[in-house]
Design a protein. Structure first.
Ligand code: PGA
Length: 247
């Protein structure tokens, strides 16, 4: 199976011209690769500009509303994202859980609406430094997984991309040991097996991924892909990451 190489641009870059420049530089490598499916999750303001470019790169948003439409100032719904041509949406990123106080219940609602509108959710889960230190990582993941996936039927569960992103590794340069990531993968597979035996779960890793450590996440941790923040804004580095999907 092709590896999922997902770029999360967060609140970057500042101008459309810069967004187009980065995208067009990534495009060549992404399209030449037989081993990677590349997805760029950009700020909403750039989505339409990226969607008009003829490319194999898929486009995603970084959040959607927990409501479909109505009096929700500042929100953008899953339905709107689908209507402009988006295919993916990141849901439950730790920055949104922390800075916007998103709850597991809201995240569940967003996942339900994304699936209802035929968007593929990239569902982020992960513990913070204190929780890792307290040895509560697996309790945290269990709660996020179980509460996030309430009332999602088999047809929806099999579409979700689960992104394990330990908060202590995001943007810190402290990338996680692939051995530890593999343990998390086994734990998540087990949680899913208890919920539904038939799902072939897609699990990716995110947190300080770069061209030097990415191969270990594929070969040692057996990840189905990576979610890349900082390095996805550097087209040379991101292209190298895409190239590392080659077995
Ligand atoms: P990072 O971010 O690669 O900059 O650590 C990952 C993410 O937040 O998705």
């Amino acid at each position: 199976m092709k590896k999922l190489i997902i770029g999360n641009w967060k609140c970057n870059p500042l101008k459309t011209s810069e967004a187009l420049k980065i995208f067009n530089k990534i495009k060549k490598t992404a399209e030449a690769s037989d081993f990677a499916n590349t997805i760029i999750c950009a700020p909403n303001i750039f989505l339409k500009d990226l969607l008009v470019i003829k490319s194999k790169i898929k486009i995603g948003a970084q959040n959607c509303s927990a409501a479909e439409q109505g009096a929700y100032t500042g929100e953008v719904s899953a339905k709107m994202l689908k209507k402009i041509g988006c295919n993916y949406v990141i849901i439950g990123h730790s920055e949104r859980r922390n800075l916007n106080r998103e709850t597991d219940q809201e995240i569940n609602q967003k996942l339900i609406l994304a699936l209802k509108n035929n968007l593929i959710p990239i569902f982020c889960l992960g513990e913070n430094k204190k929780q890792r230190f307290d040895k509560s990582t697996f309790d945290v993941l269990k709660k996020q997984f179980q509460e996030g996936t309430v009332k999602i039927p088999e047809s929806g569960l099999k579409k979700i991309i689960f992104a394990y992103e330990p908060i202590w590794s995001i943007g810190s340069g402290n990338f996680a040991d692939p051995k530890l990531i593999k343990e998390v993968k086994i734990f998540l597979l087990d949680l899913m097996r208890k919920k539904n035996k038939k799902i072939e779960m897609k699990i990716i890793y995110g947190g300080s991924v770069n061209s030097k450590n990415v191969s270990d996440y594929f070969s040692k941790a057996k990840m189905d892909g990576v979610l890349v923040g900082g390095a996805s804004l550097n087209p040379i580095e991101f292209s190298k990451i895409i190239d590392k999907a080659r077995p």
